[in-house]
Design a protein around this ligand. Structure first.
Ligand SMILES: *[C@@H]1O[C@H](CO)[C@@H](O)[C@H](O)[C@H]1NC(C)=O
Ligand SMILES: *[C@@H]1O[C@H](CO)[C@@H](O)[C@H](O)[C@H]1NC(C)=O
Ligand SMILES: *[C@@H]1O[C@H](CO)[C@@H](O)[C@H](O)[C@H]1NC(C)=O
Length: 186
């Protein structure tokens, strides 16, 4: 009791108040980011921090998953996205009013996406078998595919704007997968 009394009397009230204010402030700024420290540390290594934070924070299952689970969910999302975009590119190739050069670009993208889908599937298999290095290589290969498609169609036509957006989105999701497999590889 005596110790407590001495301590409390040696702590000016104003100091105590500002101490509480600092705690309240740091709690508030943590909440603004809504990301646990592991996610923030992970996303610092990704190309697009904002995208990474949003993705890991808002994709179903990830906040509760461990690193391996988060990697699998991220690759599942990548695969789904790549398959969806492949179907989209196929409709672009099938357009009848398209000029031949543009059609050729879309056909290249179709090839890119076939390869990317294979690479992402292999990345998933590698991840699940614990071969994180191979998973890395396959993920990077799929990123190159989305980049190649972008190079083909960027600025080509209004119709390509959505495709560019899809390529960028896939690239960013794959980048999240990459920081996860890099971390798993140690
Ligand atoms: C990064 O991600 C944010 C959020 O998804 C997006 O608005 C922005 O365009 C991205 N930046 C780049 C350079 O891809
Ligand atoms: C994280 O998720 C919560 C709840 O879904 C949301 O309110 C918050 O804005 C998200 N934060 C980020 C950085 O995405
Ligand atoms: C990933 O996708 C596969 C196949 O659709 C599914 O069986 C599996 O449960 C998914 N993994 C996670 C962690 O959601």
């Amino acid at each position: 009791m005596a110790v407590f009394k001495r301590l409390s009397s040696s702590f000016p009230v104003s100091l105590l108040i500002s101490f509480c204010a600092v705690i309240a402030l740091s709690t508030a700024s943590f909440r603004v980011e809504f990301a646990p420290p592991e996610i923030m540390a992970l996303c610092e290594k990704s190309i697009n921090h904002t995208f990474c934070l949003n993705f890991l924070n808002s994709t179903a299952g990830i906040p509760a998953a461990d690193l391996l689970g988060a990697g699998e969910i991220t690759l599942n999302a990548s695969l789904h996205e790549a398959q969806d975009t492949r179907n989209y590119v196929k409709t672009l190739v099938g357009q009848t009013t398209i000029d031949p050069k543009q059609k050729q670009s879309y056909e290249t993208c179709l090839d890119n996406y076939d390869v990317a889908i294979g690479a992402i599937s292999e990345a998933k298999a590698s991840l699940l078998s614990g071969d994180y290095e191979t998973a890395n290589i396959e993920i990077s290969a799929a990123q190159t595919d989305s980049d190649t498609c972008n190079d083909e169609v960027k600025g080509a036509a209004a119709a390509a704007a959505e495709l560019v957006e899809r390529n960028d989105y896939l690239f960013n999701v794959l980048d999240v997968a990459l920081v996860i497999t890099n971390k798993l590889a140690g």
